[in-house]
Structure formats: structure tokens, C-alpha cells
Design a protein around this ligand. Structure first.
Ligand code: PXG
Length: 458
């Protein structure tokens, strides 16, 4: 590649002339010009001007083993030379997706033994929706097809992903969602708990919203509930402890399948391979992608529980669904090498026993007391910082979203890559972060909060 021959300005001009970015206001982008990230190593990314930035988002919630891993490049290279592509249709397949499927069954919750591949989380959720409805059709209940989801959920950006998701701005541009998907309140205590309501009671109430939706539709018409164990793109919304056990009980009581979307939480983020294990949830499908390859290759795996899989096998009949790149051998080779690194380096144990608790303490002791911080919360290496104008009343700054965007801009300028969702700052770093990296991050975030407070209170 010869991009080094171009100046930043030239690349920005070419970008503006030819490249439409995801989730972007293109008028804005043309005014500002894009930030060009050109290389990365370990926990850092570097922009075209050589500026080093600590990557608090693991790319986009995916680079769990950090950057610059030769093993992954070599796995891809070796597989490309031997067999760059062959399909898994028409009773064929290739060795790497087979071996990866066995590995995934080994690390997944006990009832998950089958895998369906795609190239993205959105595709995997499309598969999940189709599979769950297919399951009920095979069981002789085709009308049991409604899906309960939640406001603020993010399940991808295809029409299915957007329809399953609960992002109102995205729905506003949908012009017709996939039918029979309803959304209820999320378990977001910081904004939705009533004054004086305990976390426990709020969690039970948020779960009851799911049961109410089931009862309203009639359980015979409800196929499944879908949820992220921890809502990621919606702002790292962590449910109270009472929520998931209630959801599990409600789904069992009404014979409603439980679909987990672990595109963000999968592969170690919460201190177990899957958040289902951290939170003790028994699901019928688990959507995974992102950190399956640490983002080095596009790959998703829908983990399918025994209940659905056995019906599929016993009843037979073709499931008319699949992608050219389902089980892509190169992506699967990279995934195998990636899971190997996670295991050999003990990254998940480190999150559970060391860095996860250390991050929680650091946020609580060093940032929670800040004048514009309303709450900090985390699970494993996934965290949120709520930005408020008034700590006691939790009143937000005017112009919703501007406050966190101000913090974010100062953070990036200070060498700390973070995301802002509304007025929530979020962190989801590579699992290779150490206590020292967390110290560095907290220091940089603290400075960004100081500078933002100065701007915001002007
Ligand atoms: N489910 C969840 C829970 C996700 O977080 C998807 C599905 C879709 O995956 P693909 O691979 O189709 O993008 C995601 C993706 C953000 C952001 O701004 C988050 C995602 C994607 C893009 C931006 O936080 N998550």
C-alpha cells in the first residue's frame, strides 16, 4: 500500500469525494475532515500525524487481544495460501469452520453445541430471527412469531438488526420495520428508576415489562425475547442483579425462547467467555461476532442451543438461509488463533480476577467524585460514566449529548479514545489492559472531565 505518499489533507479530500462512512453526518464530516488512523500496536492506535492514542474502545468493542498480533496475521496468511475460500453449502465445508465450531461448543454454555456462521453481528441476528421463527414453525406453531426486545437495544444495522434494535433515530429512517417485533423498557436504573425505588425492585419492574408484553400478545404468539446481557452501544446499561433471573423465569413460564446478543459481551469482556456465564443465563441462541476474531477478520457465529438444534435435525427440511461467507476458512483460522491467544495468556481470568475489579475500584475512587459525574458503573472491562450538570439531582446539561461529546473531544485530544452515547461516556478496552494501563486511562479521563467541566460551566 502506498498511502504514505499522500498527505493527510489529500487523503481527507479523497475520503470526502468517494467514501460514505457508517453512522455519519456527511455534511459535518466534510467540514471537519476525518481522523486517519494508520497503525496500531498493543493498546495504542496512531493517527497519520503520529499521535499516539490509548484505545479505550478496542477498535469498536472488538480488538480484545490488542493490536499487532503476528499469530493472527500468520494464521490468515497460511490459510489463504492453502485454501483462501470454499463454501459450506451443498454438503461441502472446509476444515477450519469445523474445528472452530467444536471449539465454540467447548467454551459456550453447556446447552450450546451448534454454530451458524456469518460475517457480522447484523447477519448473525438475521439468522437468529429466522431460525427462531423457523423453529416454532417446525414445532407446528407458526403464529408464535413475535419477538420482545427493548428500547435502546442495539442489534445491528441491517433492516432486521434495526428492527430488533430499539434505537428510535434508526427506526425513524426505517420506513417499515420487520413485523411483529415489540420493544419494552430497558433495565436502565440511572434514568428510569423511580425516586426511592431500590435497584432490586427496579430490576423486577423492568423484567415485568417483558412479561406484560408477552401477556398482551398472548404467550402463544410470542417466539422469543432478545437482549444484550449488558446493553453496549446503548450506553453500557448494566441490569440490576434481579433482572436476568426474572427474565429467565418469565421466559420459561411462558415457553418463550431466550435470545442473547453477545456481539459485544462475548469472548471475555465480562470475565467469562460469555456474559451468559457471568450472569448465569441459560439461552436458546447467543449471537457473537466482533471479538471472535478480535476484529482481525469479519466473522460472526450464532451459537444455537440444543432445543432448537435438535428440532432442526429431527424434523428435517431445508432451512433456506446462508451467506457466501458462512464459515469463511480464513476468518475461522484467525478466530481459532485468536481464541488460542485469549486462552494461553489467561486474558479472561485476568479480567475476572484482576483488571475488572481494579477498573471498578479506579472508577469509583478516582472519577465518581468528579463534579460532572453522576454515576460510574462497570462489569469486567466494560464501563460507563454518566455526565450530569448536578450530581445530587442527576440533572443533565442542556443540549442532550453535547456534554459527553465535549468530554470525548477533550479525551481524544489528550490521547484517550472513548465513545459518547447521549450523555454517557463508555469504555470497552482490549483485554490486554493492565493495572498500569487503567491508571493511565483514568488519569487521561480525569483531565478530560476537568477541561469539559470548565467548558460546560462557562
Ligand atoms: N449486536 C450488538 C449487541 C452489537 O453491539 C451488532 C449486533 C451488529 O454487529 P455488526 O457486526 O453488524 O456491526 C452490534 C454492533 C457503537 C457501535 O457505536 C456498536 C456496534 C456497531 C457499530 C457501532 O457503539 N455494535
Amino acid at each position: 500500500m502506498t498511502y504514505q505518499n499522500y498527505s493527510l489533507k489529500q487523503l481527507q479530500e479523497i475520503d470526502a469525494a468517494h467514501h460514505l462512512h457508517p453512522f455519519t453526518d456527511h455534511k459535518d464530516l466534510r467540514d471537519a475532515g476525518s481522523r486517519m488512523i494508520t497503525r496500531a500496536e498493543g493498546p495504542f492506535v496512531y493517527d497519520s500525524e503520529g499521535k499516539q492514542i490509548l484505545d479505550g474502545m478496542a477498535g469498536l468493542w472488538c480488538v480484545n487481544v490488542g493490536y499487532g498480533r503476528n499469530e493472527l496475521a500468520e494464521a490468515a496468511y497460511a490459510q489463504m495460501k492453502e485454501l483462501p475460500y470454499y463454501n459450506s453449502f451443498f454438503k461441502c465445508t472446509t476444515p477450519t469452520p469445523v474445528l472452530l465450531a467444536r471449539k465454540l461448543a467447548e467454551i459456550a454454555p453447556a446447552n450450546m453445541n451448534q454454530v451458524f456462521y456469518g460475517s457480522s453481528g447484523s447477519e448473525a441476528n438475521d439468522t437468529a430471527l429466522r431460525l427462531v421463527r423457523h423453529y416454532w414453525a417446525l414445532e407446528g406453531k407458526p403464529q408464535k412469531n413475535r419477538i420482545i426486545s427493548r428500547n435502546w437495544a442495539y442489534h445491528g444495522s441491517t433492516i432486521t438488526g434495526t428492527s430488533l434494535g430499539g434505537m428510535s433515530a434508526m427506526h425513524g429512517q426505517l420506513n417499515g420495520a420487520v413485523p411483529n417485533i415489540v420493544h419494552v423498557m430497558p433495565p436502565y436504573a440511572f434514568e428510569l428508576a423511580n425516586p426511592g425505588e431500590s435497584d432490586h425492585d427496579f430490576g423486577v419492574r423492568a423484567a415485568k415489562a417483558v412479561e406484560d408484553a408477552i401477556l398482551e400478545a398472548g404467550a402463544d404468539n410470542v417466539a422469543a425475547f432478545i437482549g444484550e446481557p449488558v446493553m453496549g452501544a446503548g450506553g453500557v446499561k448494566i441490569a440490576p442483579d434481579s433482572y436476568w433471573p426474572e427474565i429467565q423465569r418469565i421466559c420459561r413460564k411462558h415457553d418463550v425462547l431466550l435470545m442473547l446478543d453477545e456481539v459485544i459481551t462475548g469472548y471475555g469482556r465480562t470475565g467469562e467467555w460469555f456474559a451468559a456465564q457471568t450472569l448465569g443465563i441459560e439461552a436458546d441462541t447467543i449471537t457473537t461476532a466482533k471479538a471472535l476474531t478480535s476484529g482481525y477478520q469479519p466473522l460472526s457465529a450464532l451459537l444455537v442451543g440444543d432445543r432448537i438444534a435438535s428440532t432442526l435435525v429431527e424434523k428435517g427440511g431445508e432451512f433456506y438461509h446462508g451467506y457466501t461467507y458462512s464459515g469463511h476458512p480464513v476468518a475461522c483460522a484467525v478466530a481459532l488463533a485468536n481464541l488460542d491467544i485469549i486462552e494461553k495468556e489467561g486474558l479472561i481470568d485476568r479480567v475476572r480476577d484482576e483488571t475488572g475489579p481494579y477498573l471498578a475500584r479506579a472508577l469509583a475512587e478516582r472519577l465518581a467524585g468528579h463534579g460532572i459525574v453522576g454515576e460510574v458503573r462497570s462489569i469486567g472491562l466494560m464501563a460507563a460514566i454518566e455526565i450530569v450538570k448536578d450530581k445530587a439531582s442527576r440533572e443533565r446539561f442542556e443540549n442532550g449529548g453535547l456534554a459527553a461529546a465535549t468530554v470525548r473531544d477533550h479525551a481524544i485530544a489528550g490521547g484517550m479514545m472513548m465513545r459518547a452515547v447521549g450523555d454517557t461516556m463508555i469504555l470497552s478496552p482490549p483485554l490486554i489492559w493492565t493495572k498500569e494501563t487503567i491508571d493511565m486511562a483514568c488519569e487521561r479521563i480525569g483531565k478530560a472531565l476537568d477541561l469539559a467541566e470548565r467548558d460546560l460551566r462557562k
